[in-house]
Design a protein around this ligand. Structure first.
Ligand code: RIB
Length: 290
C-alpha cells in the first residue's frame, strides 16, 4: 500500500498568451477548474497505475471538497482518512499557464489542519504502508511526525520538497529519496552542511532534460520522453507517484526512474495536473511502440 499524506487542492487554471505586469489587465485564452494539490496529484498518479493508494488529508465542507472526495473515489483511492472539515475551505491553487510553463499561488485552507495529532491518529495506517509520500504543502511539524512514525516501522519515504522549504538535517536518515526539481535541488544543496549524505537521496527532476541522481558519487541521467509539452503542471507529482509505484514493485532505482520519467512525459501532454497521467496500459503501449 502506498500512503500519501498531503495537500488536496482544487486548481483554478487560467491559460494566457501574455503575462500581466503588476497593475496591468490582459485578456486570457481560457479558464478551467480541475483537481490538483501535490499530495492528491501523487496519489492519483500512483492509483492510475493500478496500485492500492491511501490518502490522508483534509478538505473543507464546500463544493470543491465534495467534488474532490468523489474524484478520489472514482480513482479507487482509499479516502477513509480524508476529513471534511466544517468552517474550513478546500485548498485552492491559482495557476497561470503561459509560454509552456506555469506560476502557482496556493491557498492551503483545510490542508493547514493536517496537524501532528491528526498524523498520530493514523499511526497504524502509516505503519502498514510500503511507501509513504510527503510534500511541503502541509504543516512542517506534521511532516516531521509522519517521518518519526515511518522510521519506527521502517516504512520507505519519498519527500517531494515542494514548494521549497529547507529540510532539517536530522530528517535525512528517515527519508529514502527526495525528489526536488532543479531549482529546489540547488537550494537544498546549498542549505545542507552534510552534502555527502544528501547526495545519494536526491532524484532531481529536470523537465525536458529528464531526471538525474547519483550512484556511488557518479551522476546518472535518465532522458525524458520526447513529447510536445502542453502543460507541465503536476509533472513532478506524476514522477514521484510513479516512482513510488515502481519501487514498491521491487524495481531497481534506475528502472524505477525510467518508469516514472515515462509517466511524467505522458502527464505534460494534456492540460491540467492530472488529466495526462497515464494508466499502466498507456505505459505498456508506449514501450511496445518503440
Ligand atoms: O504540483 C502541481 C500542484 O501544485 C498543482 O496541482 C497545485 O494544486 C499545486 O499544489
Amino acid at each position: 500500500m502506498i500512503t500519501v499524506i498531503g495537500s488536496i487542492n482544487m486548481d483554478l487554471v487560467t491559460i494566457t498568451k501574455k503575462e500581466p505586469a503588476l497593475g496591468e489587465t490582459v485578456m486570457g485564452e481560457s479558464f478551467f477548474t480541475v483537481p490538483g494539490g501535490k499530495g492528491a496529484n501523487q496519489a492519483v498518479a500512483a492509483a492510475k497505475l493500478g496500485v492500492p493508494v491511501k490518502m490522508i488529508g483534509c478538505v473543507g465542507y464546500d463544493l470543491f471538497g465534495e467534488q474532490y472526495i468523489n474524484h478520489l473515489k472514482d480513482h479507487q483511492i482509499d479516502i477513509e482518512h480524508v476529513r471534511r472539515l466544517k468552517n474550513e475551505k478546500t485548498g485552492i491553487a491559482s495557476i497561470t499557464v503561459w509560454n509552456n510553463d506555469n506560476k502557482i499561488i496556493v491557498v492551503p485552507g483545510a490542508n493547514k489542519r493536517i496537524t501532528p495529532e491528526m498524523v498520530e491518529s493514523h499511526r497504524e495506517e502509516i505503519l502498514k504502508s510500503s511507501w509513504l509520500l510527503l510534500q511541503f504543502e502541509i504543516p512542517l511539524e506534521s511532516i516531521e511526525k509522519a517521518l518519526e512514525i515511518a522510521a519506527e516501522g521502517n516504512v520507505n519515504v519519498i519527500l517531494n520538497p515542494a514548494p521549497y522549504h529547507e529540510i532539517p538535517e536530522n530528517w535525512l536518515d528517515k527519508i529514502t529519496y527526495i525528489t526536488p526539481n532543479e531549482a529546489e535541488a540547488k537550494q537544498l544543496f546549498s542549505a545542507f552542511a552534510n552534502k555527502e549524505s544528501l547526495l545519494p537521496k536526491l532524484i532531481i527532476t529536470k523537465g525536458k532534460d529528464g531526471v538525474e541522481y547519483f550512484s556511488k558519487g557518479e551522476r546518472v541521467t535518465i532522458p525524458a520522453l520526447n513529447v510536445e509539452a502542453v502543460d507541465t503542471t503536476g509533472a513532478g507529482d506524476t514522477f514521484t507517484g510513479a516512482l513510488a509505484v515502481a519501487l514498491s514493485e521491487g524495481l531497481p532505482l534506475k528502472e524505477s526512474c525510467q518508469f516514472a520519467v515515462k509517466a511524467a512525459g505522458f502527464s505534460v501532454t494534456k492540460l491540467g495536473a492530472q488529466a495526462g497521467m497515464p494508466s499502466r496500459s498507456d505505459l505498456n503501449k508506449e514501450t511496445e511502440n518503440r
